[in-house]
Design a protein around this ligand. Structure first.
Ligand code: PMV
Length: 330
């Protein structure tokens, strides 16, 4: 019996400048660069166990055995690592999110970052951080940004090797928080893998792509200078631009609910009143309220007064994906 196993932890991330659309769908090469922050407090822990007694890839997610169909994406991702290691061993993957599934929080970034790190370590494949990030990208684009720590930038690149994320500032650089404000817990009707393929059907997408270097520069500078006002302005602008693409794609994707807009407008009025708060929204109805640690309690109180808020998950800035073999499951 031959068993090789490793366990890794990764955080999800929230994009400040968003990735929407691929120039190569198979390699998940994005049409534009993006910037995000890892979210400490939310995490995926994944153990990958390869063994010659394991006859097919199996996935246990939050304690539940997944179907062959649900396991396929993980299995295809493991093929990349098996190819690098030159082995043909099947695997048992046990993955746990500490945030409830079905909360509308995309878990694919932390899932594929943790899966990639654990699978590589188990099979003794040791790419550098950029290589690990590029590999994670093949599973889910945004997963490449959950490999390095803190505030990260994904360079769009021109091929597999040049499309990866790197840290632009460590987690301790600036004490931003993300109050993940849940207004709807349902799974989205159109997932991002399919959504990216609709991006080009919007006549606005070309303009958004052409303008991306400007938004990346403003966002990067605001992070490096820890300057909240310009950060707030550019992340809200970027969110509205991405949702303009979604709304004008065919078929159109309109994710906002009345409570989504209620939070957006409240955040803007609180900021006008002197509270550092800004919104950003991924491809779904939930709102990420960005602020600094000292404002957490005040903002949670204000958010809870709004109609239609189902849950608030407070997070801080997270570190990189890590091997944590002391947590080996089972
Ligand atoms: O990595 P994916 O395919 O789940 O796409 C992520 C897309 C957004 O969350 C909407 C934006 C982003 O950059 O994270």
């Amino acid at each position: 019996m031959l068993t090789k196993k490793a366990t890794a932890r990764a955080h999800p991330n929230i994009a400040f400048i968003k990735y929407w659309g691929n120039k190569n769908n198979d390699l998940r090469l994005p049409v534009n660069g993006s910037i995000s922050m890892n979210l400490a407090g939310l995490e995926t822990i994944t153990t990958v166990m390869f063994g010659d007694e394991i006859l097919e890839d199996r996935l246990m997610l939050n304690g539940e055995q997944q179907t062959v169909e649900q396991t396929r994406r993980v299995s295809r991702h493991l093929d990349h690592v098996r190819h690098l290691a030159n082995v043909d061993l099947r695997a048992l993957v046990i993955s746990q999110n500490n945030f409830p599934t079905g909360t509308g929080i995309a878990s694919s970034a932390s899932a594929f970052a943790a899966l990639t790190a654990a699978a590589c370590s188990a099979l003794d494949v040791h790419p550098d951080e950029a290589g690990l990030s590029a590999l994670a990208r093949l599973g889910s684009g945004s997963a490449c940004r959950s490999v390095p720590g803190g505030y990260t930038e994904w360079y769009a690149g021109v091929d597999h090797q040049t499309s990866y994320a790197a840290s632009i500032a460590p987690a301790g650089h600036w004490d931003l928080i993300d109050l993940v404000t849940i207004v709807n817990k349902e799974h989205k009707a159109v997932g991002s893998t399919d959504g990216h393929q609709l991006a080009d059907t919007s006549p606005l997408q070309a303009a958004r792509i052409a303008d991306t270097p400007r938004r990346l520069d403003l966002c990067r500078a605001a992070i490096l200078q820890k300057d909240f006002e310009p950060l707030a302005a550019i992340i809200e602008e970027d969110t509205l631009m991405m949702h303009s693409i979604l709304m004008t794609s065919s078929p159109p994707l309109l994710y906002w609910l009345p409570a989504t807009i209620r939070v957006m407008q409240a955040v803007q009025s609180w900021r006008a009143g002197g509270i550092p708060a800004a919104f950003t929204i991924d491809a779904g109805p939930n709102v990420h309220v960005i602020s600094t640690t000292g404002w957490k309690d005040k903002l949670v109180g204000l958010l809870n007064e709004l109609e239609g808020i189902q849950d608030i998950l407070p997070t801080t800035v997270g570190g990189p994906a890590q091997i944590i073999n002391e947590h080996l499951i089972p």
